[in-house]
Design a protein around this ligand. Structure first.
Ligand SMILES: *Cc1c(COP(=O)(O)O)cnc(C)c1O
Length: 450
């Protein structure tokens, strides 16, 4: 008990000169919190620290709380839409547009011409209609919200027919059928995991059916003995029975992936032309914009859906809208080179190899050992499953410690460099490394090998 008497009070410590400097940089409440925490710990363990060690401990508590947790990383994984790394990086023009709106008042829900109230989800609507051919369009928080909203507004208490093989998990443990059930619609599953036919849908229709729902297989492939019903055939069935056809498209491409040597990913336009009444998709997958959900299709349906009270709960933020509008403007003016993900998808084999070689020669100059290898990039992010793009990567074979250790050291660099391990080597793929990040790669590798 005696030793504890040597423990200074929080008040005494806050009056010390060491505390004044900390208070000046971090504010009094945070310093008080850290002092209290360190003193409590000393009291609990009975290990009374020397003043210097105690002040260091207090500083550590403060630094830990203030450590920036959301910070940029360099994506050298070769996965273009990397969900854990924030999916699509925005076009510089889109990032600037978001920043320009963020710290100011704006026309978010205000029409300066009339001085009257406007609707935020209308701001991007003209552009979306023009680019997709949709009659109506609206923007919400993300694709999952768009699906939940359209089913809640259009099918609550009614039956929705969906193929069993399309009840997908979208990652992070979230399953679309759970989201769909939240709407209060009754999901009626038809077909089997690998095969669903038009008759399966037709046979499941009852007087309570309101919707036929199609969910795009965006993050998996069913191969072998398979059969699915095309959207246009579902449209015929829906029309015959006066049902709505809703399409959860997911990836939301406006451009043709086939033109990039990739498998065909249905575009928003294709889905609408095939007869979907409403299409829901993400803005941060193949559209290459910010996280948002797009609803496109019949103007009357979009209107009905956006009048539902749930629309308020899933509404989109002003920074997102600014970034989305700027992204759509790049499509409008065919400035696709301004969109990072399409640059990555379309990067020539030669330009990628040249970058890998440039990294290698800079590393070799500085005595680091690495080599150039052929590898594969992927699209990721629930788009084009199974598609691989040939790439040229920098491969580093760790000498002393293993590849996992090297990967960790690269992650601990500031900014972190994220690579991947293939056959006991660390691979860094130039395809997903943004222009201007080359120096970081070289410095991170040098530091990690030191
Ligand atoms: C990605 C995806 C979703 C979820 O989209 P979020 O924008 O992440 O909410 C839903 N459905 C499909 C088919 C998807 O591919």
């Amino acid at each position: 008990m005696d030793t504890l008497r040597a423990l200074p009070s929080v008040h005494q410590l806050l009056e010390a000169p060491e505390a004044s400097a900390m208070i000046a940089s971090h504010g009094r409440p945070l310093v008080r919190f850290a002092v209290q925490r360190v003193i409590d710990e000393e009291r609990r363990t009975g290990a009374i620290a020397q003043p210097d060690a105690r002040w260091s401990a207090i500083e550590r508590v403060i630094q830990e709380l203030r450590r920036p947790r959301l910070r940029p990383v360099v994506n050298a994984t070769g996965v273009i839409l990397h969900t854990n790394l924030g999916r699509a990086p925005l076009a510089p023009a889109a990032a600037e547009a978001a920043a320009a709106i963020a710290g100011r008042y704006s026309t978010l829900e205000f029409d300066p011409q009339t001085g009257r109230r406007g609707r935020r989800h209308d701001l991007a609507a003209d552009l979306l209609r023009h680019l997709s051919g949709a009659e109506g369009a609206a923007v919400v928080n993300n694709c999952a919200a768009a699906v939940l909203l359209m089913l809640t507004a259009l099918a609550k208490g009614k039956e929705v027919i969906v193929a069993r093989g399309e009840l997908v998990e979208i990652g992070g443990g979230f399953r679309m059928p759970d989201v769909m059930r939240l709407s209060g619609a009754r999901m009626v599953e038809v077909g089997t995991t690998n095969r669903t036919r038009a008759e399966d849908y037709a046979a499941a229709i009852t007087p309570r059916t309101a919707v036929i729902m199609k969910v795009h297989a965006s993050n998996f492939q069913v191969i072998g003995f398979t059969e699915t019903v095309e959207l246009k055939d579902l449209a015929t069935i829906a029309r015959q029975h006066q049902l709505l056809l809703l399409h959860d498209l997911g990836s939301g491409a406006l451009l043709e992936t086939a033109a990039y040597g990739l498998a065909e990913e249905p575009r928003i336009q294709d889905s609408l032309l095939s007869g979907a009444d409403l299409v829901a998709c993400s803005a941060d997958k193949l559209l290459g914009g910010p996280q948002a959900g797009l609803l496109l299709g019949s103007a009357a349906l979009v209107d009905r859906v956006m009048k539902h009270p749930l629309a308020r709960a899933v509404r989109v933020d002003k920074m997102t809208l600014a970034a989305l509008i700027a992204t759509l403007d790049l499509y409008l003016t065919q400035s696709i080179a301004g969109l990072p993900i399409w640059e990555m998808l379309g990067a020539s084999a030669e330009s990628i190899a040249a970058r890998a070689r440039a990294w290698l020669s800079r590393l070799t100059e500085r005595g680091a050992l690495a080599e150039i290898v052929a590898a594969e990039s992927t699209v990721g992010g629930g788009s084009l499953p199974g598609e691989r793009l040939p790439t040229t990567a920098l491969a580093i074979t760790p000498r002393r410690r293993g590849a996992a250790d090297l990967l960790r050291r690269l992650r601990e660099h500031e900014p972190p460099v994220i690579g991947r391990i293939v056959e006991e080597r660390v691979l860094l793929d130039p395809r997903t490394v943004l222009p201007g990040e080359d120096d970081v790669i070289v410095e991170a590798v040098i530091a990690a090998l030191a």
